[in-house]
Write a protein that binds this ligand. Sequence first.
Ligand code: GLA
Length: 384
Amino acid sequence: MSQLEERFAAHFGRAAEVVARAPGRLEILGNHTDYNQGFVLSCAVEQHIAVAMAATPGRVCRLKDFRDGSERTFQLDEIGPVARRDWSNYIKGVIVELRKRGRDIGGFDAGILSTVPLSAGMSSSAALEVAFSFAFSRLFDIEMAPAEWARVGQGVENYYLGLKSGLLDQFSSIFGRKNALILSDFRSVEVRRTVALPVGYEVVVVNSMVKHNLVDSEYNVRRQDCESATAKLAEIYPGVQALRDVSVEQLEAAKDRLELREYRRAAHVVGENDRVLRGVEALDRGDVAAFGALLFASHESSRVNFENSTPELDYLVELAHTIPGCLGARLSGGGFGGITIHLVEESRAGEYAERISAAYRLQTGRTPEVIHCAIGNGATVQEL
Ligand code: GLA
């Protein structure tokens, strides 16, 4: 019996019936491209959320988080609106999204264990949504295509929580592949292919420790800017449905027709799509240096064009330029705080972590969390 199953049994006085696990994710390249129908290179990580669950006869749902001991209880027929900053929102939201699709569940007991850092930019919220989705699917016999489950999680964010995010987080948590990056196309909503990370390198995550709460950030405003830029570009270039359809050259030629803010936001997204495709080519030919340079270019574009960086994230990326062993670094995920990712020579990763921590602490007074990430598989569910 796993530790989670044991704790479930001890707490609820009965055995769990299913266990689902869903990983966090890292956005490797392709920032804010997902809701612009573009490309992203991402991976699932070994850090994950595991949920043990058993059905109960009534309409009561009991949740226990074994990490911090917190508990929630709610009635299926009294889900109501979102409660500010409450982790049960993610679970209630999944139930609301399922109902929109004509599916319902019965009462249940659920116990949770997690190794995904919270609110950092590794998508702990998507992992929670996907883990519960997969557990519900097995326990209550709900059949849906995996991409539709990703939309359920996105729906929780978009409609229940009010964050107009794309599909990247849930999609990566579901479709991640061990030891590989996935190249996703968010127009066709599919994994185009897997891409091997070069041998001898690893992704080191450095958390700026400045909290990341996208609902309160300018995330939705950035999305609006992208939409208004798209509408103007569509008037100039018929056939443009999303920033995905605009080339770097077309955007430059149309610069005067956009407000400077719209141009910059679009330049970031159009540039990111281009960098993702060039990044895959670079990895295919084993050119790690070129790939690393694209990571740095991505961060610079976040800083200047998309303005979703922070002084702390900028400082971590500046340090990456100066510490030996790092080929590229950038903010990862929504931005406005959270984590940076660093592509580092494996043999120097330990020393790199020490040096960047010391320098960051000295400059900011904060001790950064450094996480060595192994690339893991997507979500699973198992009947016990
Ligand atoms: C957050 C969102 C994703 C995506 C990234 C930025 O993680 O949830 O949908 O937009 O930001 O690429």
